[in-house]
Ligand binder design. Structure first.
Ligand SMILES: [Zn+2]
Length: 81
């Protein structure tokens, strides 16, 4: 579930990123959804070079883990430095 894609702001290609080591905060949601906890992971990557256009990017965003061990939704944004 840590394998995510993020769209390069410079060229629009989707870049594969592994966010496992880039999670800065994880919060358990208060929402009760019947299949255990929903966890919101906040992701920050300081420096990522786009393999397509070479732009230097920083990545911020979040993804929702639900149920445990599965990635439900991802919302990662890139910004050209
Ligand atoms: Zn790019």
């Amino acid at each position: 579930m840590y394998d995510q894609t993020v769209k390069c702001e410079a060229c629009g290609n989707n870049i594969d990123v592994n966010v496992k080591d880039s999670i800065c905060t994880s919060q358990v949601s208060k929402r009760e959804r019947g299949m255990g906890n929903e966890i919101c992971h906040i992701v920050e990557i300081d420096h990522l070079v786009c393999p397509y256009c070479g732009a230097e990017l920083e990545i911020t965003g979040q993804f929702i883990e639900y149920p445990e061990g599965c990635c439900e939704t991802t919302n990662l944004l890139s910004r050209v430095k």
